[in-house]
Design a protein around this ligand. Structure first.
Ligand code: GLC
Length: 638
């Protein structure tokens, strides 16, 4: 072989050698993160340079069009992938339920990776941010552990637990390539008729402040560039939980009552009730804050320069970026050009565009050409966004490591969620010490559709935006947990309507349950779709409870709800009552407490009204006697 090596062969070797040298000189630093020896690395691509130098260098290379592209966050179902490259789109998101056709951790990683590839092919190779609402676990993803919603975490009063849940959620989210979580919601709901009450930890500002900061620290960890941490977003700034009943003009699926309405309070009240969680979030390292759909005294927050710039950026010193809510800019003014100019000049840095992103990009480009939006404002917004991208280490690690996928749905996460559920349960009534259920109860009757329904026990923001009843994702229902927990000699009977007829007719003769467990509650909802004028339990649950009271000597009721509901006329017929909120997939956590394997520790995070007419509460002047609440804030039997 050696002897007959032809001239062509030697030529090929020489060409390969030359190509190798040439390749090194034009190595694309976008993917080659190690500075090449002796080659001038482009500043913004050099991880060894200070972040502000990298930002300045990159900003200096960008066209106005590319800068505006970075200010654009697009719902993934609306994007034309080539536009990610051509328009230098800054971010994509999955709105509630925005899962890939293969809704599994692997399917998510594949989807997000696919989008990122298009971003890295852009002229300057600026990586995408990809955002989701992982508000109680990585909740759009089938197989993920669904944690208790924030109302349940509020009942635990446990910031260490909440921080751990943030850490766990971040690891699952990051494992699927997602780098941004639109959480924590640090709203301070003042009227529980609001459909987003359960997204709030509490009506109490101090409790929200403490738990919101804990969750944010959990999500971002000690190193925002680590592969198992994500960018957090404190939301929705400012006063989203203080809107007046009936002040909403929004309608999605049904007319809203409070959500996206008008917060009619003076500045002192706004600062006292709603601002502290954001001061704590900024201090805890928040790098992104979402503006609220709602208004303050008639002005849309998204157009309120005092709130967004003077108060948040200047007074609180928030140096991250403000992202709009879902098409919220469009609500500012029927003239879209005016709406965009108002929002960007007020201080919105990134626009969450559910659909027509080209219209947004063209409109803002026109506004800059006309001088209605200054270059300085654009540069300020893009500087904030790029700074966060460098801090996240996106330029060095734009992709996730698929070996992390095992964390999604892991036993470790399920155990943590189960513990959180146990700590969240609040014992409200316990006549005759019916709870915990002892081993002497060998015939147990369980009633209610909600006893055997993962979707109901998870609530909204689970797989689908609005959530959905039924067997929507792997988990343990309360009934399954009861059956797994009771001793061998105990029989468990179940009927979703609470009737014994079908059981007795099975030739078992008259059933005399030692104890009955009725599981009832709200059906899943999200946002304004959950706004309620009466806080009533569903009719079929009322029927179930009637059936059970007729058949049971001893009845313990487990209430699954996103907020306190009106039960004053019903509670007399119940021996025991437990508020279990929206516990998520780990129903075992409920049963551990019902059967005494865990103590009752939860305390009410919201005041429980005696009647709907008491709302909205004046917390400074609570009524007495019949005007008093049914259960006060902080109540909970041990
Ligand atoms: C929704 C919510 C917001 C969420 C966003 C993206 O409308 O208001 O909390 O982060 O849109 O899903």
């Amino acid at each position: 072989m050696h002897k007959h090596f032809t001239i062509a062969g030697w030529l090929i070797i020489i060409l390969l050698a030359l190509e190798q040298v040439a390749c090194q000189q034009t190595a694309d630093p976008a993917t080659d993160t190690k500075p090449v020896e002796g080659v001038e690395t482009i500043t913004y691509k050099d991880p060894l340079r200070p972040t502000d130098e990298r930002v300045d260098d990159l900003l200096g290379r960008m066209s106005v069009e590319e800068k505006i592209g970075q200010m654009t966050l697009v719902e993934k179902n609306s994007i034309n992938k080539e536009d990610i490259t051509d328009l230098a789109i800054g971010g994509l998101l999955s709105g509630g339920g925005g899962y890939p056709s293969n809704n599994s951790p692997e399917g998510w990683l594949e989807m997000v990776t696919g989008f990122q590839e298009y971003a890295l092919q852009s002229r300057l190779g600026i990586p995408l941010l990809y955002g989701v609402d992982a508000v109680h676990g990585h909740n759009n993803v089938v197989e993920a552990v669904i944690f208790p919603h924030n109302i349940g975490l509020g009942a635990t009063r446990n910031p260490e637990l909440v921080e751990q849940i943030g850490r766990s959620t971040a690891a699952s989210v990051a494992a699927t390539g997602v780098t941004w979580n639109f959480a924590p919601t640090v709203t301070v709901p003042q009227d529980i008729r609001w459909g987003r009450t359960y997204e709030g930890y509490s009506e109490n500002t101090e409790l929200v402040t403490e738990l919101g900061a804990a969750y944010l620290r959990g999500l971002q960890g000690d190193d925002l560039a680590a592969t198992d941490t994500v960018l957090a977003t404190a939301k929705h700034y400012l006063g989203d939980g203080g809107t007046a009943f009936g002040s909403s003009t929004q309608e999605i699926i049904k007319p809203y009552l409070l959500d996206q309405g008008d917060t009619k309070v003076d500045e002192e009240t706004l600062r006292m009730i709603h601002l502290p969680p954001y001061e704590a979030a900024v201090a805890a390292g928040a790098r992104s804050i979402m503006a609220s759909f709602s208004s303050w005294n008639g002005t849309k927050v998204h157009a309120d320069q005092f709130l967004l710039t003077d108060l948040l950026k200047d007074e609180l010193g928030f140096a991250g970026f403000i992202v709009s809510d879902w098409g919220a800019i469009d609500q500012i003014d029927p003239d879209y050009y005016q709406a965009v100019v108002s929002a960007i000049n007020a201080g919105v840095d990134m626009n969450m565009v559910p659909y027509d992103y080209r219209l947004f990009v063209e409109t803002l480009e026109e506004a800059v050409k006309n001088g209605d939006v200054s270059q300085e404002r654009i540069n300020d917004a893009v500087r904030r966004i790029l700074t966060v991208k460098f801090e996240l280490g996106l330029f060095e690690n734009p992709y996730s490591d698929e070996r992390q996928l095992v964390k999604v749905g892991s036993e470790e996460n399920r155990d943590l969620a189960q513990e959180a559920v146990s700590q969240s349960l609040v014992l409200l009534k316990n006549e005759g010490e019916v709870l915990p259920i002892g081993e002497e109860s060998t015939v147990i009757f369980v009633g209610g559709q909600a006893a055997d329904d993962i979707g109901i026990q998870s609530g909204g923001w689970t797989i689908e935006w609005q959530g959905k009843d039924g067997d929507i994702t792997p988990g343990t229902t309360i009934l399954a947990a009861i059956e797994a927990t009771v001793p061998e000699n105990t029989a468990v009977y179940f009927d979703s309507t609470g009737s014994l007829d079908r059981i007795q007719s099975a030739g078992g003769g008259k059933l005399e349950p030692d104890v009955c467990i009725g599981v009832v509650g709200e059906r899943p909802y999200a946002e304004g779709v959950g706004d309620s004028a009466d806080l009533a339990l569903p009719a079929n649950d009322l029927k179930t409870l009637e059936n059970m009271e007729a058949n049971c000597e001893t009845l313990a009721v487990i209430l699954l709800s996103g907020r306190p509901v009106i039960i004053s006329d019903l509670i007399e017929g119940w021996d025991g009552l437990v508020a279990a909120w929206l516990p998520g997939t780990e129903g075992q956590g409920v049963v551990d407490v019902l059967f005494g394997h865990q103590p009752f520790r939860g305390k009410l995070p919201y005041t429980w009204p005696r009647s709907i007419d008491q709302l909205p509460f004046d917390f400074e002047h609570m009524g007495t006697g019949d005007e008093s609440p049914l259960f006060p804030f902080g109540f909970g039997l041990e």
